[in-house]
Design a protein around this ligand. Structure first.
Ligand code: ADP
Ligand code: MG
Length: 591
């Protein structure tokens, strides 16, 4: 007898669900997309226990009548395409007719729906593919779909779910994409009974970005450059982050094609090229890119979750995006603005209303206290200019020892005589190495010594950023960083490592969050700590272009003697190039 059997319908759906429904966040994506396709202007997403317990989506869209509601959860049922020719120009987010059937095959589902012109609503209940109820009920117009106990009959899949916080992070990411693509939608996200986001349909894009991407160092939208271009049927609208707010990974590149979030290697390449020469290696720009083009010019039917599309003319897409972004970036003055102390603004206070003025004075005072730390803290600062008398006393004493056999050139390199020749030292790379070794040594023994900030600095974080900090509390504690939560999306730094006193706490925390929040690369604790120390060393080290006093140069040269591997910076680049007298004599044809 033959071995081949036709799979039963529920098996087919469960297999399809494996492709489309990876985790609770995929359910959120599919359901919200259905609400948008149904013309909703207001959508509420309610999550309990990271979506394991409950995912509920309520919209005010067109709704379904009793027949459609009964039909919608059957496999391969859709109202969005009718003939194969429709596949050539898909204008809706969905069209495959498999999301609801897939979801219903792996969870307990209850859906209520009412069309605008009907007096009553209908309800359907399905338990892992088996219809358990259908009938009239009472509900407002629109649709609510509730999903409970996802994967409860599939222990193997349920096991793959991560902690509630991690799953919530994925859900928030899907919510963010939808919120960016649909600025006119009223969108709410509720987690365990508490409102996490309430985005109004009145928001403009910049307001939305500010709400969705709180950054510790200030308002992200102030650092976005906007450009638009329209040519050959392709409309490009971009908000590009200035190099100043670049990140350590490319997760902050959002590309939307006709309202659909996509990933595309041609477009990623165009973005990277647009920023060529404007960013340091290893940094990635923040970019929000909205592309509009005819539905006939690409195919969305190439990926089950439609995150990839196929452009019929990808060269045109690449060159036009690159051209528009690059032209705008090169035409913009991207110099780093010097950070003026807040005190300077107080001269104009008459223009501000009293509450604003009060807060400005408070800011100015905070800034003043920050600058004038108690003397005992000042001593910890490395490579900060000391009082003039002090410099001379130290350098006179020490320069005898070195007999001034060194010279700083271009404020970046130090040329120093050695016993049998001379060395050229990259001041940043060497200091970075020294700081790195110092940090490693100290942290191996104990946690880093920290100093309390006179005025705690508060900052906003994304939900996943806050989770990442929470999950790595041990690490931040070891670093000597003390953080306290102020609300679901606000935190404050209370104490910061003494060794990093030259670094802006909020800048550092921003990059720390980026490092900790890289879900894609599962770094073990040791590698993660190493990366963090690397980053700390790089930020705390003196920079190229920084003029050094004699005593600072001497300190650097003497620390160099004590470093374990002074010849390479932590990234493996050389810190020092050696020349021997022998080489010189040969070059000058003396031998
Ligand atoms: P698709 O979106 O690919 O058509 P789905 O399985 O997601 O397939 O949905 C099946 C059908 O159910 C849709 O085509 C639509 O007609 C209907 N539907 C789903 N969700 C909603 C909703 N929120 N409001 C109104 N109709 C809906
Ligand atoms: Mg759908």
């Amino acid at each position: 007898m033959g071995q081949i059997k036709v799979l039963d319908r529920n098996m087919i759906n469960m297999i399809a669900a494996g492709e489309v429904i990876e985790r609770p966040a995929s359910v959120v994506k599919e359901l919200v997309e259905n609400s948008i396709d149904a013309g909703a202007t207001k959508i509420t997403v309610t999550i309990e226990d990271g979506g394991r317990k409950l995912i509920s989506i309520t919209d005010n869209g067109c709704g379904m009548d009793a027949d459609d509601l009964a039909q919608a959860f059957e496999p391969h049922t859709t109202s969005k395409i009718k003939a194969s020719s429709d596949l050539l120009g898909i204008s809706t987010l969905g069209f495959r007719g498999e999301a609801l059937a897939s979801i219903a095959s792996i969870a307990q589902v209850r859906a209520l729906s009412r069309t605008k012109d009907s007096t009553g609503a209908n309800c359907v209940e399905i338990d892992c593919g088996t219809k358990t109820g259908l009938g009239p009920c009472s509900a407002d117009y629109g649709t609510t779909v509730q999903i409970r106990d996802i994967f409860y009959k599939l222990p193997a899949r349920r096991k793959f779910l991560k902690t509630a916080n991690t799953e919530m992070g994925h859900i928030t990411e899907q919510f963010t994409r939808i919120a960016l693509a649909n600025e006119n939608l009223d969108l709410t996200l509720i987690r365990n009974g508490k409102e996490l986001y309430r985005l109004s349909e009145k928001d403009d894009l910049r307001q939305r970005i500010t709400e969705l991407f709180p950054i510790p160092s200030g308002d992200i939208s102030e650092n976005l450059i906007e450009t638009q271009s329209s040519e050959k049927g392709l409309h490009v609208h971009a908000l590009m982050g200035k190099p100043l707010i670049s990140r350590t990974n490319n997760r902050f590149q959002y590309v939307f094609l006709n309202g659909r979030f996509i990933r595309d290697k041609f477009i990623s390449h165009a973005i990277k090229e647009a920023y060529r020469g404007l960013l340091e290696p290893g940094r990635f720009p923040v970019v929000f890119l909205f592309i509009r083009m005819s539905f006939e010019d690409y195919d969305v039917n190439v990926h089950p979750t439609k995150i990839e599309v196929r452009f019929y003319n990808s060269n045109l897409v690449h060159s036009q995006i690159l051209g528009a972004l690059r032209e705008k970036l090169l035409g913009t003055n991207l110099e780093m603005p010097g950070k003026l102390p807040e005190m300077q603004h107080t001269g104009n206070t008459s223009r501000h209303s009293p509450p604003v003025r009060d807060s400005r004075i408070a800011d100015a005072m905070a800034e003043f206290f920050r600058k004038h730390r108690p003397a005992q803290m000042q001593q910890q600062l490395r490579f900060r200019p000391s009082a003039p008398g002090e410099i001379h006393a130290v350098s006179r004493e020490k320069s005898a020892q070195y007999d001034r056999k060194y010279l700083q050139i271009h404020d970046s390199f130090i040329v120093a005589q050695t016993e049998d020749g001379f060395v050229i030292i990259d001041q940043h790379a060497l200091h970075e190495r020294i700081m790195y070794e110092d940090l490693c040594r100290r942290i191996r023994k104990n946690k880093l010594q920290s100093q309390r900030l006179l005025i705690p600095e508060s900052f906003e974080v994304t939900v996943s950023g806050a989770e990442a900090l929470k999950a790595n509390a041990e690490l931040t504690d070891k670093l000597g960083i003390e953080l306290v939560p102020f609300g679901p999306r606000t935190m404050a730094v209370q104490a910061f490592p003494t060794l990093l006193s030259g670094v802006q706490p909020l800048d550092f925390i921003q990059d720390l969050i980026d490092l900790l929040d890289r879900k894609d690369v599962g770094l073990d604790a040791e590698r993660l700590l190493d990366e963090v120390l690397n980053m700390a060393a790089c930020k705390a080290a003196i920079k190229a272009g920084q003029k050094l006093t004699d005593s600072e140069i001497e300190q650097l040269l003497s620390d160099r003697q004590n470093a374990e591997s002074a010849s390479r910076c932590p990234h493996g680049r050389p810190t020092t190039i050696k020349f021997s007298i022998g080489d010189l004599e040969k070059q000058f044809k003396r031998t």
